[in-house]
Design a protein around this ligand. Sequence first.
Ligand code: ZN
Length: 192
Amino acid sequence: MATGKSANFGAKNQAADTLLILRCANFAAVKHKDQRRKNADKTPYINHPIGVANILSEEGGITDPDVICAALLHDTVEDTNTTFEELKTHFGSRITNIVAECTDDKSLPSDERKQLQIVNASGSSHEAKLVKLADKLYNLRDLTNEPPVGWSEEKRANYYVWAQKVIEGLKGTNDALERKLDVIFSEKGLKP
Ligand code: ZN
């Protein structure tokens, strides 16, 4: 049974976590405000990072606020004018480092970036692996339910094959998320 004092401390910590998560959601919303997803409905881009954070919390059972924050921010540097310095100033180094691990180097050609995701997956931190798993789960669901406009059947099929190779290096991180990814791959006829 918690004493009044420690319960109060816990409540204060929870309030601080909630505020931090909201600050990250707001920061990401401002940064992604002019972006849309590539589906026919042109869904606001912010739906994606919020959805990734929600997968981690609701389906992955993740309660570490820094991981939830990193999920909210995971595409800000890759896809907007945000810098790592900016993230560090606002949200500290732990969150920034997780985001950095989830950020592709856009100066590289697309094929090279995709290959690097496969190569770098297994050496990622536990926290970054979580964000990467949830990101892939979100994108694979989108590919089935709300595919990007103009993507051929072949391009979609190749995405599943590539994503499975990335996921291979992320295994042993979160059973619930990995099981759901396995179901998606087996539905596409891809063996584990
Ligand atoms: Zn993403």
